[in-house]
Design a protein around this ligand. Structure first.
Ligand code: 6PG
Length: 248
């Protein structure tokens, strides 16, 4: 089995993690020579990244050449952008509203649209505004979270097939809440240069151990299907979410 290029970083607290990752992202964006090409980053939503986005927005708004950065989303709930559930809305409040970036560089998934039509539209938007690698949209960074059921993006347990579809974007319904969502698919995630999992909290410690470990149980968790084709994968953890890794 191809040894994945995996880096695990464990920080004392979510705050320390977010501060370190914010600085690393700033340096990565500024140091990556994309020439005239966009620096493409696909963001996840949920709660965990709020702190990271706020730190970047509050402390580094003037330290990044935003004109080269193009923001995309890994997934979105099918709600309007001002809905408390909106991943874009969360990012707008914590980061985008604090930086000088043209709206043309913000490629949100329009949760307010019909979700089948929006999946098509967002597929076209990714194809039109990213460079291609291996025939797929290329992201310099994909930022992922980890749900307590082992999902990532909006690929929930039982939907692992979304890591093998040729489609780059699809619709999905949350298996418990029934919430309609739009998500990019696994091939796009795995095509990225840097895949960063941002995971905090004790409730995710066993998941993290199962997914990063080599047990066969891992395949019940969609996040374990994140296997970069030729990029690298980083796990940014706090002491709590990484607590079982140290037990060997
Ligand atoms: C979403 C996210 C999802 C999230 C995980 C973790 O739309 O909810 O993209 O994949 O990253 O559910 O969410 P928390 O950070 O809230 O635990």
């Amino acid at each position: 089995m191809k040894k994945m290029n995996t880096t695990i970083k464990i920080f004392p607290t979510p705050q320390a993690l977010a501060e370190s990752l914010a600085l690393e992202l700033v340096n990565l964006i500024n140091d990556t020579n994309t020439e005239s090409l966009p620096f493409t980053i696909a963001l996840s939503g949920g709660n965990t990244p709020k702190l990271l986005f706020s730190i970047i927005g509050d402390q580094y708004a003037n330290f990044i050449k935003w004109n080269k950065v193009h923001f995309f989303w890994v997934d979105e709930r099918c709600v309007p952008p001002d809905d408390p559930e909106s991943n874009f809305g969360m990012t707008q409040k914590s980061l985008l509203g604090k930086i000088d970036i043209t709206i043309a560089n913000i490629h949100r998934i329009r949760g307010e649209n019909d979700f089948m039509q929006e999946a098509e539209r967002y597929t076209n938007e990714m194809n039109n505004f990213t460079v291609k690698k291996n025939g797929l949209p290329f992201f310099n960074i994909v930022l992922l979270g980890l749900g307590e059921d082992g999902h990532t993006a909006s690929v929930f347990p039982g939907n692992e097939k979304l890591f093998f579809l040729d489609k780059i974007c699809t619709t999905i319904v949350h298996p418990i809440t029934g919430q309609k969502r739009i998500t990019i698919t696994g091939k796009v995630i795995n095509n990225a240069s840097k895949i960063i999992f941002l995971v905090t909290g004790r409730s995710k410690a066993r998941l993290v151990k199962n997914i990063i470990g080599h047990g066969d149980k891992k395949k019940q968790f969609p996040a374990s299907y994140v296997i970069p084709v030729d990029g690298s994968i980083f796990w940014y953890l706090d002491e709590e979410s990484g607590s079982l890794l140290k037990q060997g």
